[in-house]
Design a protein around this ligand. Structure first.
Ligand SMILES: [Mn+2]
Length: 605
């Protein structure tokens, strides 16, 4: 009786004096998959101040007597009268946060003072019935902080006035006077700047009415020779400088895009053991993107299992998810025009095999080595070299290259440097299995703007993404020679052992005052952390089995140009059944039936 009383009082003590607080409950119910925290919220005043600061910074970089013209992105056709989802041009968005098309921003600078004008399509009930509400002038002022709004229907007249350097008076009464010497436009930098040629078609055409585009043979870059009053200044460089360093405001948005991506990756790892096809895992990822109100992805999701993990930009997601395989997911949610870019590679079974672990550990160590170099004042390529060295040593240890410093036989040549010293260069053997760079700037573009020679400084964000890809056909394209045969024979045992393993680990790194912060730190990365995470997380989400798939999905893939050695592409076009950069070629039964020579067909594997 007394005993019972004691127990009862202990119980009473526990229940009355140790209440379970909300915080404790959260701990008890803590999930392995990290839920995205709430999105950052900014007041109108905060946003306007940030955008004004950016426009002032743009103005400060402009030469005096200048005008900057930024057009909205043009709609991109999906098919017929259907467009792709509209996405504003990044630099216009960077300075205005105006998401709707048809707008244009003009900054003029003369006598050191900067004026700003926003051209905006007028509200229109007929248009809005079909396409949704347009911004009113008041909306646009509230969003962007630009005070002078001009009807976009006047843009053509305005541009004509700009050509003649007469000031322009809008119907609203606003007068725009031009900086009359230099015209800043987003135009291609060189004949090979094909991205800008595609994205800035309108700007390039407009620049054509002021300048003749010549190529400087020494630098292979474009020179815009004035023909009509203005000197063309390429605004790409200006925005490269502005956007390379992220403000605290931008960092909060990027962290949110990364947090959404972290949850999506977690969900994909939790469910990968329950799915049969890569597209199901892609769906789990993009489900989280949409559910957490990401705008979209920043680039098409890469979800490749087994051999498909060795294709760098594999986008088809039609392969099977094999129980013994690794799955590589390189995905990024985009939030308010900022994208994440995160890669994890993990075993479907929840446990790395010995061979998978051997490769993974090298990539992990390379990533750590690179991270240790990232700090203010350092250069991006120092981190790249640190990762290269770890990968080269690791591959030598596994027998996938003959030795550290070795070239693929037949690619060596002697060069003489500026001081007359002779040096042997060639295609390094380790590049057969690690054929990309360490990473890139990250921001509004997944491969963000900015000069890679710039010393690292607080607020810069880049990816750290080494990888090793043992492609099944990696040794198939070397020129035939006794030296190549001997090299291949030497590495063949290791090659057969590690064949079809592809690993990339990619994290998003923020340069801080003293070093670097892993913005992706909430996503498991060490092998034992991934295994422990999968064991827990797989119990948190159950997905329904995909219906049996008996449809035949065929697509012709680009089979040209596979391996780049010393600037020479070795084509694989003679080889059927080989893998290529953009996907998995299968020249089987289906190929014969259709009469096509190169087919991608996952479901007959
Ligand atoms: Mn990347």
């Amino acid at each position: 009786m007394k005993k019972l009383y004691v127990y009862a009082s202990i119980a009473a003590f526990l229940f009355t004096t140790v209440p379970v607080s909300a915080a404790n409950e959260d701990k008890i119910a803590a999930k392995a998959i990290r839920q995205t925290p709430p999105a950052p919220v900014f007041t109108d005043a905060e946003r306007q101040a940030e955008l004004l600061r950016r426009r002032q910074a743009a103005g400060a970089l402009m030469k005096d007597n200048s005008t900057l013209v930024l057009f909205s992105a043009e709609p991109k056709i999906y098919a017929g009268d259907v467009n792709f989802m509209y996405r504003q041009e990044n630099n216009l968005y960077y300075l205005t946060n105006i998401k709707k098309g048809g707008a244009a921003l003009i900054l003029t600078k003369s006598g050191g003072s900067v004026n700003e004008y926003l051209f905006l399509p007028k509200r229109n009930p007929q248009y809005e019935t079909w396409n949704g509400r347009r911004l009113s002038n008041e909306d646009a002022i509230r969003i962007s902080g630009v005070r002078t709004i001009v009807d976009a229907a006047e843009l053509e007249n305005f541009l004509t006035a700009l050509k003649t350097k007469k000031s322009y008076t809008a119907k609203s009464g606003a007068t725009v006077s031009f900086g009359s010497e230099n015209l800043y436009l987003l135009v291609p930098e060189s004949p090979i700047d094909n991205d800008a040629k595609r994205e800035y078609r309108k700007e390039t055409e407009f620049a054509g009415s002021f300048a003749k585009t010549l190529t400087n043979p020494a630098t292979n870059s474009y020179v815009y020779e004035p023909t009509a009053g203005y000197k063309i200044e390429n605004a790409q460089g200006l925005f490269g400088k502005l956007r390379l360093t992220k403000s605290p405001y931008e960092i909060r948005l990027m962290q949110h895009a990364i947090d959404i991506t972290t949850e999506a990756q977690g969900r994909a790892m939790a469910t990968a053991g329950q799915v049969k096809w890569e597209y199901e895992t892609q769906a789990e990822i993009e489900y989280v993107f949409r559910r957490r109100n990401a705008d979209y992805w920043g680039y098409p999701s890469i979800v490749g299992c087994g051999p498909n993990a060795t294709t760098l930009h594999y986008e088809e997601s039609q392969g099977a998810v094999g129980k013994g395989d690794l799955l590589l997911m390189d995905v990024g949610a985009e939030y308010d025009h900022y994208t994440a870019d995160v890669t994890r590679t993990f075993p479907i079974s929840g446990k790395f095999t010995k061979e998978q672990a051997d490769i993974y550990q090298i990539v992990y160590d390379a990533q750590e080595a690179a991270a240790s170099k990232l700090k203010p004042g350092a250069r991006f390529n120092e981190a790249g070299k640190a990762a290269d060295a770890v990968i080269e040593q690791g591959l030598a240890k596994l027998g996938l290259i003959t030795k550290v410093g070795a070239f693929v036989p037949g690619t060596e040549r002697e060069i003489t440097d500026g001081k007359g010293n002779k040096q042997t260069v060639g295609f390094p053997q380790f590049r057969v299995f690690y054929m990309h760079g360490l990473g890139h700037w990250l921001g509004m573009n997944v491969h963000d703007v900015g000069d890679y020679g710039t010393p690292l400084a607080e607020g810069m964000i880049m990816t750290n993404e080494p990888g090793i890809y043992v492609r099944e056909d990696a040794l198939a394209y070397f020129p035939d020679s006794p030296a190549v045969k001997a090299y291949i024979e030497q590495i063949r045992p290791a090659f057969e052992r590690y064949k079809n393993i592809g690993v990339r680990i990619e994290d998003d790194m923020l340069i801080t005052k003293t070093g670097v912060e892993w913005m992706t730190k909430d996503l498991p990365r060490k092998m034992n952390e991934i295994e422990a995470f999968m064991a827990r997380a797989s119990k948190e989400v159950t997905v329904s089995a995909a219906p049996k798939r008996d449809d035949l999905r065929l697509s012709v893939v680009n089979s040209d140009a596979n391996l780049l050695l010393n600037g020479t592409y070795y084509s694989n076009s003679v080889l059927n059944g080989a893998t290529v950069r953009r996907g998995w070629i299968h020249a089987g039964k289906a190929a014969a039936q259709s009469g096509l020579s190169h087919l991608h067909h996952a479901s007959d594997e």
